[in-house]
Design a protein around this ligand. Structure first.
Ligand code: SF4
Length: 227
């Protein structure tokens, strides 16, 4: 059995303390997720900070913002800017109409209810809602995005299944009993696994030869066996 905490400790030594996204609270984190499409974190931050400076990170301000201002920022965020503008306005509309402009109030709700509330927003599914709640200090588990999921699967947690959802559940089952109780430790693990998946444990051609956790990982041997 791979030691989860040891793997994360090695990644922490390699990368240092990971940087948190600049978004704070559920409303900003939903906007952060919708800031751009298939672009770098740097570009995501540029769009997000543009919204902060030119519009304000507030649902009512977003609803009042001129379309041209939103469209210019949405263009920075990649393909289909008109869809992005629609989504930003939808995020603001839902926040105002259902949460009186204050999405923070979901943090006082039971976990499943808070998750359900977040899943009403564009591009937020189960893992996205769980990640937002984790970053807000709420929730018990370790939500994973695709990079983190790939690293853990290759390390030996769970099994790759035909569907992404099946693999996700398999990894979550394998993590049972190994996760740290402290929220800050789980946030750190989420961010470090993502970073490692993007830099070394890439989907195609992972850099196993220079990977900090290669000695803990089952994948290089498996790959050699297949060659
Ligand atoms: S050894 Fe290779 S497969 Fe395993 S975590 Fe490192 S990069 Fe990923």
């Amino acid at each position: 059995m791979v030691d989860f905490k040891k793997s994360i400790a090695v990644l922490k030594r390699k990368y240092g303390e990971p940087e948190l996204p600049p978004a704070r609270g559920p409303f900003e984190l939903v906007l952060w997720e919708n800031a751009c499409y298939l672009l770098s974190d740097e570009r995501r931050a540029e769009v997000f900070e543009g919204l902060r400076a030119q519009v304000g990170l507030d649902a009512k301000a977003l609803l009042k913002a001129p379309r041209e201002t939103l469209f210019a920022l949405a263009k920075l965020g990649g393909m289909r800017p008109e869809t992005r503008v629609f989504r930003w306005r939808e995020i603001a509309r839902i926040t105002v109409s259902q949460f009186a402009g204050d999405l923070d109030r979901i943090l006082n709700e039971p976990y499943e209810k808070a998750k359900k509330a977040l899943k009403q927003f564009p591009c937020i599914g189960d893992p996205g809602a769980e990640k937002i709640l984790l970053l807000c200090g709420v929730g018990p588990g370790l939500p994973l995005e695709s990079n983190g999921l790939r690293v853990l699967t290759r390390l030996g947690f769970g099994r790759t299944q035909k569907s992404y959802g099946g693999t996700y559940r398999s990894v979550q089952d394998a993590l049972q009993g190994q996760l740290p109780g402290d929220n800050a430790d789980r946030v750190r693990a989420h961010l470090l696994l993502r970073q490692h998946g993007k830099k070394f444990c890439r989907n195609n051609s992972p850099l196993c030869g220079s990977c900090a956790i290669a000695s803990l990982c089952a994948y290089p041997m498996k790959r050699a066996g297949r060659a």
